[in-house]
Design a protein around this ligand. Structure first.
Ligand code: ZN
Length: 82
């Protein structure tokens, strides 16, 4: 067992969805579906794991980003083809 700074850099800031660490921090993502934080692999050879993110999870479900682009666009009140 060795704790090095390099290992810390590899760790994400937020524990993966469904992991015990995430649960301890209030994660509400599905545990089984995320394989207890290990994620889901579509194929055994796949290196990237995918996660289910619960809507409203304080850790993983980010609040909806402000849609500045849409709000800046003026409503098309004119020019509708008949
Ligand atoms: Zn979560």
């Amino acid at each position: 067992m060795s704790n090095t700074a390099e290992d810390d850099e590899l760790l994400p800031l937020v524990p993966p969805p469904g992991s015990n660490s995430a649960q301890a921090q209030g994660c509400s993502c599905p545990v089984k579906d995320n394989n207890h934080g290990l994620g889901i692999r579509r194929s055994p050879d796949s290196a990237e794991a995918q996660y289910w993110i619960a809507e409203g999870c304080p850790l993983h479900a980010l609040p909806a980003a402000p849609t500045a682009e849409e709000s800046n666009e003026p409503d098309e009140l004119q020019g509708h083809p008949v």
